[in-house]
Design a protein around this ligand. Sequence first.
Ligand code: IVH
Length: 677
Amino acid sequence: MNDPKNQPTASVEQQIERLREKIRYHNYRYYVLDDPEISDAEYDGLMRELMELEGRYPHLISPDSPTQRVGAPPLDKFDTVRHTIPMLSLANAFGEEEVREFDNRIRRILGREHPVEYVVEPKIDGLAVELVYEQGIFTMGSTRGDGEIGENVTQNLKTLPSIPLRLLTSPGNPIPTRLEVRGEIYIEAKDFQKLNRQREVDGEPAFANPRNAAAGSLRQLDPQITAKRPLKIFFYGAGLIEGCTFKTHWEMLEQFKKWGLRVNPESKICKNLTESFDYYLHMQEKRETLAYEIDGIVIKVNDLKLREELGEVSRSPRWALAYKFPPREAITQILDILIQVGRTGALTPVAKLKPVRLGGVQVSRASLHNQDEIERKGIMIGDTVVVQRAGDVIPDVVRVLESARTGNEKPFVFPTKCPVCGADVLRSEGEAVARCTGISCPAQLKERILHFTSKGAMDIEGIGRKLVDQLVGKGLVSDVADLYFLTEEKLLSLDRMGKKSARNILEALEKSKRPSLARFIYALGIRHVGEHVAKILADHFKNLENLHQASEEELQGIYEVGPQVARSICVFFQQEETRQVLKKLKQANVVVIEPAETKKLKNLEGKTFVLTGELKRFTREEAKRFIEEQGGRMTSTVSKKTDFLVVGENPGSKLDKAKQWDIKLLNEEEFEKMLQI
Ligand code: IVH
């Protein structure tokens, strides 16, 4: 006879499937309908029972089982996913007039007088994703990315309890063969504040707004981290759907709900434009009490056939519009003006405010940007001001209420010495920013260290602001390389530092010693070199030595590198301090991993291309990618070193230059032949 322990009888299989269905149903009641039928304890009991059974019969575990949400291993990087149908963005309107134009244009194109029916929805401040269900099973999820190509974040999306791993079935409820469903991932306001408070404790930079928080939480390489973030989703649209058709958007939303997909209960049908305006006012009021941040409403044509007729223009559909709310304002007082010193020495004035509630959060600081802004707005210490939040937590000062002045206000004098190190402050001609000139300014050093250790850079965990304050304050670290010479003993001399934390920090430092070239360049904190430019430089130069030796002219020749960036890179590598730090990093065994040579054809090895005019078959980015894949380079200016000039329609002055220097010209066809694509 079969051993009943690991040979499931049909009834065990049935039992497991019945449990799963029950759990799916209660998930749906809780997350989609917001109307649970059982207590949390009862739900936990069902989950435990299922886990126990699956533990005993592991071969019966299926990827869509409710127990399989967390557990995927961390990734090195996200794969990319091409959306079957591009994910467009919305055109914005800021007043009734613009919305009327939208409605008029629609009726003009459709050639009709009578009103168009719309569906209106809150516009949530989160990030768009697309989920694919094949035969009802969640198989892939991706971010919007640039609209055409996004990142594969399937494992992370699986950790959201409001995302069904399998669509709900019921009699008469069809399951599409393929469903590409789109929605917005977001974080509720109270969860956002809680998350930021925790980040402050951990010494990590706060998220500026809920959108950044949602994006930062979803784009984690380790799904376990995403699982801990309180992400939610509302579904509001679709890509390709096979095996199921709809006549209207509303009908589609209704069907989403039946499949267990969470739809915003605030969505509504409006018979005409007037009803949409009423909805706008209604939501503007309701905004204050909603659990999540919205920055406007979205107005969409309900009839899907009409949408097809309307089509799109410049990456936005003509059938939908975002009608934005005006930024939220409040009145408060400026108690003081403080100066912050950044990584590159920039002095930024910040207003310390009498705390005020603004759009659901308490604010106590406002950015004043620079000296000119303070003067232009006539801001004095003690002034009563209007502050506004346009999404970010840090608000702006809009204007001073001069009528509220008492005569006790004090003008703000911009410092001529750095408030941290006492060095002279320099404001170059034509620049808005004043900078501290001290080469060993501790404020700059602290910011440089925090930048060096940050996620997109060397990604060293556990080194927060409080720790950096101590490391710099006690003289243990006087440049970023010194981090790698920290010892357990040195760390234990700091306040509130235990053996375990010290070891964790040393381990994190050790782990960071093999950065990619792009990360390393970014980590160096060269002015004007953000993550994107760092990646371009890494792809172009392949190793640090080449970048180090590059002339300003060569740098400027790189597509997307302008004169300011080129200058800044050269200045950076000429500094004695830079040389010292690079030498010390080498001594500490920090080894930069250089980008692997592509294994593709190397037909264009060493050849330099410049493009002029418009190409019909390629975008500039595509042409660049094809050239680079085959070992060539694309630069933006013609020089004697240029091998080929690809001439599109309406070429510019580059053509004359190329002719002067006898550079080989290619038309689009010849270029395509050369690429062999
Ligand atoms: S529909 C083609 N509906 O706003 C239009 N978008 O720029 C597709 N968003 O990328 C979007 N709430 O991230 C739509 N109810 C809603 C939305 C919404 C927020 C976001 C979405 C999109 C952006 C539009």
